[in-house]
Design a protein around this ligand. Structure first.
Ligand code: SF4
Length: 263
């Protein structure tokens, strides 16, 4: 279906964007499915981890737990061990909790997707766009930047092509309309772009900015989680504060002076 309902210049821009994606878009494993659970897995992994790093994790994950029921039946300790290396392990725990709900109750109504653990407005929009193929634009940091630059009056929509346009914007934001030096010469949205060739512009980030990693609580938690993933136990006395944080989040349990995998 074409961009029916859009005004001429906007329809042309969406046409060019989708044509660019069809010719240049990345072939990613989560783009070959419209299964909501698999889209939820990929979007949860991609929330804070780059595409290249996510890919092998996603492929292993869906081989091991191809359905929400399979994931729900697994212990949280095994799930956390499989997640190790992706970072922000609370995502894995919430994904496991969401799988439990999906396995027992099924999917909530489209307007209630954010009732699921770990599903915020972005992920709910991604499910509607990338699984259900609705014309709903998931706006992450990259997409917010592109729309602020190219569509300052707002995203025009892509009737009938929401999936293609959404995926196209993901690739465009990662490869062309990047934050610091956008490659306007290679951009399918260049005609009519008010920000073309303007050089670096403000980053319209909607995401959380990450602070210094080295020495951070995130890193310390990661060290303990790494030990748990490899050996199944770790000494809580190695870093009592990080240990307490993992226990509070349900990512590990105490057994005497030791930490063990949750679950
Ligand atoms: S022309 Fe440049 S600023 Fe405009 S959308 Fe394309 S890459 Fe971004």
């Amino acid at each position: 279906m074409g961009a029916a309902g859009l005004m001429g210049a906007e329809a042309d821009a969406v046409d060019r964007l989708v044509a660019w994606f069809e010719a240049e878009g990345d072939d990613l494993p989560w783009r070959r499915t419209r299964d909501r659970y698999l889209v939820l897995v990929s979007e949860t992994m991609l929330q804070a981890t780059p595409v290249a790093r996510v890919r092998p994790y996603y492929e292993r994950w869906v081989r091991r737990w191809p359905t929400a029921g399979a994931l729900a039946a697994e212990s949280v300790g095994e799930v956390l061990a499989a997640w190790h290396g992706l970072g922000y392990p609370r995502r894995a725990r919430r994904l496991h909790q969401a799988a439990g709900i999906l396995a027992s109750e099924g999917w909530p109504a489209p307007g209630r997707l954010t009732d699921l653990p770990g599903v915020g407005p972005y992920t709910a929009a991604a499910l509607r766009c990338f699984a259900d193929e609705e014309d709903v634009l998931p706006v992450d940091t990259n997409v917010a930047r592109i729309t602020a630059r190219r569509f300052p009056d707002g995203w025009p929509g892509a009737p009938g092509r929401g999936w293609d346009a959404g995926q196209a914007l993901m690739d465009l934001g990662r490869r062309i309309c990047v934050a610091k030096k956008p490659l306007c010469g290679a951009c399918p949205l260049r005609p009519g772009c008010p920000a073309a060739d303007a050089g670096p512009v403000a980053d319209h980030s909607t995401g959380r900015r990450q602070g210094r990693y080295e020495g951070s609580m995130r890193q310390r938690r990661g060290v303990l989680l790494g030990a748990l993933a490899e050996a199944g136990t770790a000494a809580a006395s190695d870093d009592p504060e990080a240990a307490a944080s993992l226990v509070a989040d349900g990512l590990a349990e105490r057994r005497g002076g030791m930490l063990v995998r949750a679950g």
